[in-house]
Design a protein around this ligand. Sequence first.
Ligand code: NAG
Ligand code: NAG
Ligand code: NAG
Ligand code: NAG
Ligand code: NAG
Ligand code: NAG
Ligand code: NAG
Ligand code: CU
Length: 607
Amino acid sequence: MLRKLVSGLALAAVLPFSLGLTPRLAPVVGPRRFHLTLTWEKYAPNGISRDMILINGQFPGPLLEINEGEDVWVTVENHMPYNTTMHYHGIEMKGTPYSDGVPGVSQREIHPGGSFLYKWKATQYGEYWYHAHHRGQLDDGQYGPLIIHPKRSTPTPFGLIAKDPKTLFAIKKAVAKVKPLILSDWRNIDSDEVYGIESAANMEVPCYDSLLINGKGKVNCWSPEKIAATTSPAQKQLLKIGNATSLTPKACLPKEVDAKIIAAGFPTDPSKVPDAIYDVCTPSEGSNEVVKVKKGECSDERGTWVALDIIGAYSTVTTVFSIDQLSLWVYAVDGEYIEPQLVNAITVSNGERYSFLVHLTNPGLYTIRHASNLVVQTISGQATLAYGQATNQTTTPYIDDSGHNTTADVVFYNLKAQKAYPPYPVSQEVDQTFILNMGNTNAAWKWSMNGTEEPLSLDDATPILFNPQPNLTNNLTITTLLDQWIDLIFVAVRFPQPPHPIHKHNNKMWLIGSGQGLFKWSSVAEAMKEVPQSFNLVNPPRRDGFSTVDAPRYSTWTAVRYHVTDPGAWMLHCHIQTHLIGGMAMVIQDGIDHWPKVPPKYLNYAA
Ligand SMILES: *[C@@H]1O[C@H](CO)[C@@H](O)[C@H](O)[C@H]1NC(C)=O
Ligand SMILES: *[C@@H]1O[C@H](CO)[C@@H](O)[C@H](O)[C@H]1NC(C)=O
Ligand SMILES: *[C@@H]1O[C@H](CO)[C@@H](O)[C@H](O)[C@H]1NC(C)=O
Ligand SMILES: *[C@@H]1O[C@H](CO)[C@@H](O)[C@H](O)[C@H]1NC(C)=O
Ligand SMILES: *[C@@H]1O[C@H](CO)[C@@H](O)[C@H](O)[C@H]1NC(C)=O
Ligand SMILES: *[C@@H]1O[C@H](CO)[C@@H](O)[C@H](O)[C@H]1NC(C)=O
Ligand SMILES: CC(=O)N[C@H]1CO[C@H](CO)[C@@H](O)[C@@H]1O
Ligand SMILES: [Cu+2]
């Protein structure tokens, strides 16, 4: 009996690899440590040199690769002339809320010349990312990918993609080597300059220079004929309302039109916007990211599997992502496994992650593309997936430069049909409901989550984590008790209003409902009596960020539910950087009745 057990154990030790269970990163003794040095330097991601942030001399920053269950220590050393912090997007920070990286909320800023040690435990698995949480520094390049390899005992959904052992083996091998693709929008000027222009003109200036993939791309200038041909009906309508005839040379709505449309009646002064922002397009050579896949690696009888993880590190745009001619098996969203969906295109918003598998059968150079689907600008970016000894250059796209499908057969990722794998049930009852009226405060580019602008001066203030205030009623703070279930209902009161990609720090939320018009009820239970079809409490999508419903000509509402599991001060904010800096943020004091003790080293941190 004992012998049987022992040999069984010995076998178990070899089995994970021979059976193709996820091989993990080699373990480390003690915590897994990373050192990130931030510098402010000249660099040219799109072929045009500008001042920006490099992490360890590179852009995007290095991959932080971790095994689930490990302790993680990240030292951030600030060699820039600016204050900064680093946030780990989607990481729970269980028991370590002081490592969440938000100035004025969870820590004091890291001053020029200073360094900070972030300590946390990898209690989750999956694909995440890290980025700046100070002013507009995300727009200056302070971000990078983060992957946590799951424990071997984690149930995987790959059996829903393939049944035969050889294919499953290849899939699991590919997933263990998942490659991040960071998607971002890029300007030729830095975030301080953008802030200066937006303050002077009193409007948002959502006209970009490039869309990048893994920090590579170019400035693509189209002929007036091509711009005219790609102008969508929605854009034509806005041009007409704004008395303009065509998109600008950067394929943007003219600044005068933006000033009228986004302004919501607030005064704007588009003459304060330099021509370079909207009207001057100078093409660049730039650079092209190539994802190389060798034939024979992770292969089954018919081809090769590769796993990619896209990260929407966008400042402003929402895009549609696609790879020409290839179908994508989406198997995880925001780091967590789902029942796989086979799609051709994925709508990607700020902060979101989608992990997918591709089965390659024909050698070739496949174009990877993302294209903004916002009306304010038509802009796209490309990279290449090279499979085998390929020479074919042109592949047939599923999407065009506005993110629209090129044929009626193109299948988009369906968020509403997203199901956690295994199922992750949501509570049917809640303890508190917060109805948050989204809109503008005192300027067209100043947004708020609940009628009040979160001031930028919070960055320099004593962190709320160090000094919680149980009875605060300032329209900027939500306070909960441990183990409560909370509903957050976001209402786009005025229109037009774009979708806002709302991100909650610490834990994930369930998207339980949405609808048109104002939210006329005081709770979800009350609303469900009248409009049950607007809700899903059976198996709703679970994520760390959601876009609120677009409100082009009418109000809309979006309801999310979450469980209070980790006491601490957590940000709730729009991930569009102009909106965040403009004030569209709140702080949740989760579990005020079990408030965490902050270690003296963090409490007394200076520099
Ligand atoms: C950095 O933050 C401190 C407050 O913590 C502030 O006094 C100082 O002006 C900031 N420095 C820069 C360069 O913004
Ligand atoms: C467009 O022009 C018409 C006619 O000159 C004018 O009445 C209208 O106010 C203009 N629209 C805007 C949005 O400026
Ligand atoms: C590239 O050309 C080869 C040979 O003609 C063909 O088999 C393959 O399908 C092509 N690949 C793509 C991506 O079109
Ligand atoms: C895109 O898909 C929709 C819905 O299937 C379809 O109605 C439309 O015609 C498609 N567009 C093109 C250009 O085929
Ligand atoms: C909260 O918002 C309302 C509506 O915008 C406003 O009237 C009120 O003054 C705000 N309260 C605080 C404390 O700022
Ligand atoms: C949001 O604003 C409304 C209107 O001023 C206010 O009644 C409510 O208490 C606020 N909610 C929070 C969580 O601040
Ligand atoms: C004045 C007041 O409302 N005080 C409350 C503040 O919050 C604490 C903790 O939730 C309550 O116990 C007090 O009654
Ligand atoms: Cu927003």
